[in-house]
Design a protein around this ligand. Structure first.
Ligand code: PLP
Length: 396
């Protein structure tokens, strides 16, 4: 019995793989033999990496590396247990103080990943008659959190404030609304309309939850993220983020009221049932946040490089809005065409994989270029030249 069931499951996943391949949606892992700054080696070939979220190049910064090495000497590698058991190293306290100061909130709570921070926080924010309003392009970790919650979930069209307002008007007097949005949308690079979201959340007594994974360290005069960029204060909002993008390390966080953090320590399952981050990661993150606060040049250079790349892409016929983010989606359409462009770039020594469904909607396959402050003007020029060569957009 067991054997035949196993055999039929085996047939099932092989069939699924065939279907994915026939739709050109099969994905596989690529091995990086080394990476540093903006370069990586894949299959013996040296490539310029245009698809990393390490926007400020901090993952390989000497001070960040040194902090991790010192922490290993002092604490060892693993943390040994979850935070509620014996994994709550003193470095957590220092890091959480830093994050809450950076985000200008009363308190902060560090999770092992941004994924877990979203999953744990959003799924724990349920009480009777809760409705979650979620942007249709929100990150998969928010989508999964919405699948886990017992709250009713309303998906609104991307950044459509008219739609959101009309839905908020329909909620009953005893219902609690929560609005959840990415601050910077990961596949588009655009920003949520934060001023309107704050206004709506106040008008309808809704809790605003913003996932600033791609905004933290990048946007705003001080690199603090969406609230900094829009120059808005909203002490009631819940700010989620990750250390895995501009901060260059690993881990997630929630920033907001102290009582919320105490609540999450008791209710957020990814925090309760998963092992604490190790000391080298915590120490490296502290070092990285220090650099972000001391050195605004990295951010300014990233913006300048972004302008150069955007102007070049517009000159090649792409329509790209002017945005302060280092994410440049070239929407190609069919997944095989996006893959062809990616392969062409690979041949030219540039690493940018195609992003295909289900990461993006059907017919919206793309190349998602992301910039690092460590890219050179020459590397960007080379990228633009390689895109121009691709027959679809110009000379053969
Ligand atoms: C990357 C990302 C996450 C997940 O963060 P990790 O730390 O990588 O788990 C969550 N939300 C958004 C918007 C992201 O882009």
């Amino acid at each position: 019995m067991g054997r035949s069931a196993a055999t039929s499951m085996d047939a099932f996943w092989k069939e699924e793989l065939r279907a994915l391949k026939s739709l050109d949606l099969f994905r596989s892992l690529r091995v990086l033999n080394s990476r540093d700054g903006t370069r990586c080696v894949i299959g013996g070939r040296e490539l310029v990496n245009f698809c990393s979220n390490d926007y400020l190049g901090l993952s390989c910064h000497p001070r960040v590396k040194e902090a991790a090495i010192e922490a290993i000497r002092a604490w060892g590698v693993g943390s040994g247990a979850s935070r509620l058991v014996s994994g709550n190293l003193a470095l957590y306290e220092e890091l959480e103080r830093k994050i809450s100061a950076f985000k200008e909130t009363e308190a902060a709570l560090v999770f092992a990943t941004g994924y877990g921070a979203n999953l744990g926080t959003i799924s724990a924010l349920y009480r009777d008659r809760t409705l979650i309003f979620s942007d249709e392009l929100n990150h998969a970790s928010i989508v999964d959190a919405c699948r886990l919650t017992r709250a009713r979930v309303v998906i609104y069209p991307h950044c459509d404030m008219g739609f959101l307002e009309s839905k908020l008007r329909e909620i009953g007097p005893k219902e609690q609304a929560i609005i959840v949005t990415d601050g910077v949308f990961s596949m588009e690079g655009d920003l949520c309309p934060l001023p309107q979201l704050v206004r709506l959340s106040r008008e309808f007594g809704a809790l605003l939850v913003i996932d600033d994974a791609h905004a933290t360290g990048v946007i705003g005069p001080n690199g603090k993220g969406s609230f900094d960029y829009w120059d808005i204060e909203d002490p009631g909002a819940v700010q989620i983020g990750t250390f895995s993008k501009a901060i260059g390390t690993m881990g997630g966080f929630v920033a907001g009221e102290k009582a919320l953090m105490d609540y999450l320590i008791n209710k957020a399952r990814p925090l309760i049932y998963s092992t604490a981050l190790p000391a080298p990661v915590l120490a490296a993150t502290i070092a990285s946040l220090n650099i972000i606060q001391e050195d605004s040049q990295r951010r300014h250079r990233l913006l300048r490089l972004g302008t150069m790349l955007r102007d070049g892409l517009i000159a090649l016929g792409f329509s790209l809005p002017v945005l302060p983010t280092p994410i440049f989606p070239l929407v190609i359409g069919e997944s095989k065409d996006a893959r062809a462009l990616s392969e062409h770039l690979f041949e030219r020594g540039i690493f940018v994989p195609a992003i295909r469904p289900p990461s993006v909607p059907e017919g919206k396959s793309r190349i998602r270029i992301s910039l690092s402050t460590l890219h050179t003007e020459e590397q960007i020029g080379h990228l633009l030249e390689a895109i121009r060569e691709f027959s679809r957009f110009g000379a053969d």
